[in-house]
Write a protein that binds this ligand. Sequence first.
Ligand SMILES: [Zn+2]
Length: 92
Amino acid sequence: MSRLLVEIDGQTVPLTDCFWVRVDKSGCAYGSMVGHAAATPEQAHREFAPRARDRDRDVRQGYTIRLLTREQWRQQAQPCFLGQCVHRKAAA
Ligand SMILES: [Zn+2]
């Protein structure tokens, strides 16, 4: 599992160097975990939301699970966790 490679935007990277994030429909990140914690978005979603009812609600509300490289995580997810992202500014 630790040697699993994934392709993200044309880059091949080890899954261990990636992060799964749970994002709302505006792209704002609400949860994050290391790449090797799951092998598929479905598995990652089960980690974020163990109860099927919660996962169904996520899907209905437009939440998605994305796999990001370390660099993408820094650019796209970290500002959300710091409350400094464009999504929250747009919503404020
Ligand atoms: Zn955000």
